[in-house]
Design a protein around this ligand. Structure first.
Ligand code: SF4
Length: 454
């Protein structure tokens, strides 16, 4: 395994700072970056499917997670960078759900699945709650028939408040969902409207109250700091209303403006380089403010984007699996997964996806087999998003002490005042956590740092 220990630490230099929000992807979601996943590596993925599941370092088989992508929304938000469809009729939606089940059928019989059943399941999008109760039952009955959910410790379902009638909420709960994740984003109707959200605050109140009444085991709410026309007062009001709801957990994102958003299109048309949203320092301050308000209410900050009311009760099993290299069987248009050591992504357009599945082929568009060093970098970086990691765990798993493996980037973080290193734990300070995604680029191999955002 190559190490980064040989590289000279770039100590003494301040971290690159970017103030304004310009166009580009800020969040680090995977490694190596998606730009390095290629169609020519897809055969490696198909070969990996024919092998039994790889044992982990502790000789147990890797846990299996299942991600299902629902790409439909009522309306496209101006900041959205996902592939979503707002114009599909019910027969196209039904055709898509049948394609998902056909895709899952192919995987369910592959050696890579072995005897495994999913331990964690995630319905993301898009808007999974866009589907009707009948469509949801059709999909999930089919999924359970192929890969039973009786060993699933967590089933998460993303929902847009304006799609949630009482009838649908009951149906969603009865599917066996353990965490309802509500995409609230903000409580101010003007902010919601100007950013292109389909729902309004009345719908949030109604959906949240009924979801509580019928006893969802956990409710998460999503917020975004720094939407278009956000102000200090409006953010404080939104945080206050979020605290009042007493959700089990809250995910807070800092607004980014990738190239495929409506906001970027407007910037381009007007010849502007800076997005009409708050700068990064303001967004970090707003997230920090929210963290402190939630801490006053007894919550614990558990990651760069999450606060949790009761950490003993609320786990993010899917995220832990995703971050620690578990197998993630991912189905649906444009979805990302990882099986038997290979990253893969499906076709990102609706028609090629459905056509591939209906002609009996797996709809995989591109793939990449990370090296042992790249797997180490990926897991270590993603671990830092959760504050800190265990040096002993990584030494055992990857055969090299992370303090040696990552000597150079850790030295830079220390020089800049963002490193929290003590005993078995290697982590970041709170200030570092609030800007963790840009700091993670320090761990990238040089050839992967192209297009670095900040
Ligand atoms: S609801 Fe979510 S997925 Fe749908 S358009 Fe808005 S941001 Fe995108």
């Amino acid at each position: 395994m190559n190490t980064q220990a040989a590289a000279l630490p770039n100590v003494g230099q301040p971290p690159p700072l970017r103030h304004e929000t310009t166009a580009g992807n800020y969040f680090v979601a995977n490694y190596p970056p998606f730009a390095f996943w290629k169609p020519e590596f897809v055969p490696e993925f198909f070969e990996a499917l024919e092998r039994p599941p790889l044992p982990q370092a502790d000789a147990h088989t890797a846990p299996l997670g299942l991600y299902t992508h629902i790409p439909f929304c009522r309306k496209r938000c101006h900041f959205c960078y996902f592939k979503v469809y707002t114009d599909k009729d019910s027969s196209e939606v039904r055709g898509y759900l049948d394609a998902l089940l056909k895709e899952l059928t192919v995987y369910a019989h592959k050696p890579v699945i072995g005897r495994r059943k999913p331990k964690f399941i995630y319905f993301g999008g898009g808007t999974p709650s866009y589907l009707s109760p009948d469509q949801l039952r059709h999909l999930t009955d089919g999924m359970k028939h192929l890969l039973p959910w009786d060993e699933a410790e967590e089933v998460t379902f993303e929902a847009e408040p304006g799609t949630l009638t009482d009838h649908k909420l009951k149906a969603i709960r009865d599917l066996g969902i353990t965490r309802l994740s509500l995409g609230i984003e903000h409580f101010d109707d003007h902010i919601l409207e100007i950013n292109g959200r389909a729902h309004r605050s009345k719908e949030i109140a109604r959906a949240y109250a009924y979801a509580r009444e019928i006893g969802f085991p956990q409710i998460n709410i999503d917020l975004i700091a720094g939407m278009v026309e956000e102000t200090e007062d409006k953010w404080r009001e939104t945080v206050s209303r979020a605290v009042e709801l007493k959700p089990d957990s809250v995910t807070i994102y800092q607004m980014e403006v990738p190239y495929n958003t409506g906001i970027y299109q407007q910037m381009k048309a007007a010849g502007k380089l800076v997005a009409p949203v708050a700068d990064w320092e303001t967004k970090r301050r707003w997230v920090d403010y929210a963290y402190r308000e939630f801490e006053k209410a007894g919550y614990t900050v558990t990651s760069g984007t999450t606060v949790v009311r009761d950490p003993a009760k609320v786990k993010f099993i899917y995220r832990e699996g995703l971050f620690s290299g578990a197998d993630i069987l991912s189905i649906g248009v444009a979805s990302f997964g990882h099986l038997n050591g290979v990253h893969y992504q499906n076709h990102h357009e609706f028609l090629p996806y459905v056509t591939a599945v209906n002609s009996g082929r797996l709809p995989v568009y591109r793939a990449l087999t990370p090296t042992a060093e790249e797997r180490y970098i990926r897991e270590f970086m993603l671990g830092l998003k959760l504050w800190s990691v265990s040096a002993e765990h990584f030494t055992k798993k990857f055969g090299m002490d992370p303090r040696r493996q990552f000597a150079a980037p850790l030295a830079r973080l220390k020089e800049w005042g963002f490193l929290a290193d003590g005993g078995d734990r290697i982590g970041v300070t709170r200030e570092g956590l609030l800007q963790i995604d840009r700091l993670l680029h320090e761990f990238f191999k040089p050839e992967h740092n192209v297009g670095r955002y900040a």
